[in-house]
Design a protein around this ligand. Sequence first.
Ligand SMILES: [Zn+2]
Length: 205
Amino acid sequence: MERSPLVLVIDPGHGGADGGANVGNVFESSLNLSIALKLDSIMGLFAVPTVLTRTGEDIEYPPEANTIRAKKVFDTKRRVKLIESIPNSVLISIHQNKFPDDYPHGAQSFYSRNPGSEELAKNTQKLLVKILDPQNKREAREIYSGVYLMKSVSCPSILVECGFLSNPRELALLQTEEYQTKTAVCLSAAFLNTCDILEEVNGKG
Ligand SMILES: [Zn+2]
């Protein structure tokens, strides 16, 4: 049986009324978007079909969503609906981490319980450690149950915390084009390396 091609859904976390974590005027939402757009360009070189859950900083909300909370809820549900409407989708959600003290550092991949997710997260983690930071001891983990988007989608899905805004060295790196590109390369290569497994689980779904 011929399989239809996988569609990579790239989700730049936050955006619109929700900037996500920040340090000073550096907001997670814009770093997430920069890395997502680079990932999208790289996947284009491999002719992998992609869909972005947002392509800019602005998000349109209905008039009844008149609090930040209501806007976030509306936007998360919009993303879930979009992802669920795409056949053969695989989700990579891009975020940044933040901690109260400045020591923690290193990218980390989290997976949902959907088949294929753990393999994709482990391949992603391996590359993030190898290419971005060989000192990074973090491992791929199952996502905490409170992340609505991740528990609501039915496709293979991972969430990647690309780095810690609270770590000054990582914060500086994350703002450079070079580091953003390297991060996007890790995500692309992990997806391409995991395609066989992802096609198999999606074919069964
Ligand atoms: Zn986030």
